[in-house]
Design a protein around this ligand. Structure first.
Ligand SMILES: [Zn+2]
Length: 61
C-alpha cells in the first residue's frame, strides 16, 4: 500500500539580488513588462539578440 506524502512547501524568503542568469538586479537593470512581472534588462537584451540571430539564420536568404 502506497502512501502519498505531501510535502509542505516551505516559504523561504529569498532575497533576489541576481536574476536566474546571474545578472545583478538593481534599479538600472530592473524591467517590468506589460504584464507587471519583473524582468532583467540584460536577459531581455540577450533573448532579443538570440531571437534576431535565429531569425537571421532561418530567415529569407
Ligand atoms: Zn538577467
Amino acid at each position: 500500500m502506497r502512501v502519498k506524502i505531501y510535502k509542505k512547501k516551505r516559504q523561504v524568503k529569498v532575497e533576489r539580488t541576481h536574476c536566474r542568469n546571474g545578472h545583478p538586479r538593481n534599479a538600472d537593470n530592473a524591467y517590468v513588462d506589460s504584464k507587471g512581472s519583473q524582468d532583467c534588462r540584460e536577459c531581455r537584451r540577450e533573448a532579443d539578440r538570440r531571437y534576431k540571430e535565429r531569425k537571421r539564420q532561418t530567415g529569407t536568404s
